[in-house]
Write a protein of this length. Structure first.
Length: 138
């Protein structure tokens, strides 16, 4: 995987660089991802906190995670693209929406999580491990 990994929102006002290899990747099927992304699931790269450098005037919208923590969902206020998150319970890992990568083909999910909230019209790879809720190791 070539570093840095880069990505941006639809209009380009917000961009980011990931300077270290992501520590995980998986598809989140939770209701909040469905709503905020307007889609069946969010493809998530798990990135070391300090490896993500953001440029541009993004905004955050706080949502309550099942853990009781707050997931601050970062988005572009101009075009509305959901880009990345910041969990109040973690200063080690940040989730990044892999659909916003400049080269989304590098994304290789190794699990599905929050499948208990998945919709009947959601299509998943049967070969990937499934977690009913959030995987405990992340
Ligand atoms: Zn934008
Ligand atoms: Zn989610």
């Amino acid at each position: 995987m070539k570093l840095p990994i880069t990505g941006r929102c639809l209009c380009g006002a917000v961009s980011y660089e990931i300077s270290a290899k992501p520590i995980g990747a998986g598809n989140c099927h939770c209701r909040t991802c469905q709503k905020s992304g307007g889609t069946a699931y969010t493809p998530v790269l798990f990135v070391l906190y300090d490896a993500l450098v953001i440029t541009g005037p993004y905004k955050e919208y706080p949502t309550l995670a099942d853990s009781g923590n707050t997931m601050n969902r970062g988005f572009c206020p101009q075009c509305g693209t959901a880009l990345f998150g910041r969990n109040s319970g973690s200063d080690k890992i940040r989730p990044v929406n892999a659909a916003t990568l400049d080269d989304p083909s590098i994304y290789q999910p190794h699990m599905d999580f929050w499948v208990s909230s998945a919709q009947a019209w959601d299509i998943m790879d049967p070969g990937l491990p499934k977690f009913a809720e959030s995987p405990k190791h992340l």
